[in-house]
Design a protein around this ligand. Structure first.
Ligand code: ADP
Ligand code: MG
Length: 338
């Protein structure tokens, strides 16, 4: 199984509104492994710290109890290990190994989608560990109920304990992360440069780290000070890509003007057809063209995630049967630069 990364700790995990629930839940698991939060499932888009938190849990458990046996691995590795065990006739060994750990940490369980045999085996491992009060920590790129191709029994078990989301960090958290990471690398990052980058690189922490790395590397290389001007030049292509990025606000504005309604109408609770259709189109476009999850899109429209799911299905069906909708949708995709 994989190694715990000693660099991913609670101490260097910057807390903000977007991740405080997940962090608190992870810390609770360290204090009471196998307790109420079992499994702990951390879900959210890529680059938001799920893997980091998972390793932090593993590292902290080992620190508290050096003899604790922790298995950390990606869902894909777990499957590979399982299929290799089948090939070599060593499934008993495989079973014994994963059913005898004190904590099992499996990263990116959305990978289990449509892998039926692997799911079946994981189901049994899961049950055995829960029965013996061993801790399970899982991560996923979306809420488990939204993963297609996973057996219902397994899906329901994924949410038995506590499921917590990590959200994209807000501006203050993005700044705090940049400043802390710079400090960690002994780099002097002026506040106005941190602000400049944090205002523009909005998607996730991995991209923030990437931007910071580029800045510091090229300032060292060229022997130039880290100024806003320097950041603007060094990150030019990255920032241009961000400006082209489709956002929900952007989609709302484009859809509203296309249908000649007001942006506010897209969030109104009114159910008239003249508003409901554009709203569904906007939700479907948001799902297709942005990285946001169903709950996030729902929130942006003042609806819940099932309404968004329904809208996506409805629009996808209408695009088959209704020429007008198909044409509208394709026009909008084009206007949004997709
Ligand atoms: P995910 O698993 O959600 O895709 P990762 O855990 O791999 O994301 O995080 C991506 C990078 O960002 C890692 O280098 C991680 O250390 C860093 N990171 C994410 N969130 C934070 C945070 N809150 N504080 C410090 N570093 C973070
Ligand atoms: Mg990850």
């Amino acid at each position: 199984s994989g190694k715990l990364n000693p660099d991913y700790t609670f101490a260097n995990f910057i807390e903000g509104k977007s991740n405080s629930h997940a962090r608190a839940a992870a810390q609770h698991v360290v204090e009471t492994p196998g307790g109420a939060y079992n499994p702990l499932l951390i879900y959210g888009a890529s680059g938001l710290g799920k893997t980091h938190l998972m390793h932090a849990v593993g590292n902290a458990i080992v620190q508290a109890n050096p003899r604790a046996r922790i298995a950390y691995l990606g869902a894909e590795q777990w499957m590979n290990h399982f299929t290799a065990a089948i090939r070599h006739g060593r499934t008993e060994e495989f079973k014994n190994l994963y059913r005898s750990v004190d904590a099992l940490l499996i990263d990116d369980i959305h990978f289990f989608a449509h892998k039926e045999r692997t799911q079946e085996e994981f189901f049994h491992t899961f049950n055995a560990l829960i029965d013996t009060r061993k801790q399970i920590v899982l991560t996923s790129d979306r809420y488990p109920k939204e993963i297609d191709g996973v057996d219902e029994r397994l899906k329901s078990r994924f949410t038995w304990g506590l499921s917590v989301a990590v959200e994209p960090p807000d501006l203050e958290t993005r700044m705090a992360i940049l400043i802390a990471k710079a400090e960690g690398n002994h780099v002097q990052l002026p506040k106005e440069v941190a602000l400049f980058v944090a205002q523009r690189v909005r998607s996730n922490v991995r991209e923030l780290e990437g931007a910071l790395l580029r800045l510091t590397a090229s300032s060292r290389l060229r022997g130039e000070a880290l100024s806003v001007e320097f950041a603007r030049n060094t990150l030019k292509d990255l920032l241009a890509a961000y400006e082209r990025m489709v956002t929900i606000d952007n989609i709302k504005r484009t859809v509203a003007s296309y249908y000649n309604i007001r942006v506010g109408d897209l969030n109104s609770p009114r159910r008239t057809r003249s508003l409901a259709r554009p709203r569904q189109v906007a939700m479907a476009l948001a799902k297709e063209l942005t990285q946001h999850s169903l709950p996030e899109i729902g929130e942006a429209f003042g609806k819940d995630h099932t309404t968004v799911l329904h809208a996506c299905r409805k629009i996808s069906a209408l695009r088959q049967d209704d020429l007008k909708i198909r044409e509208d949708y394709e026009n909008l995709q084009r206007q949004l630069g997709a």
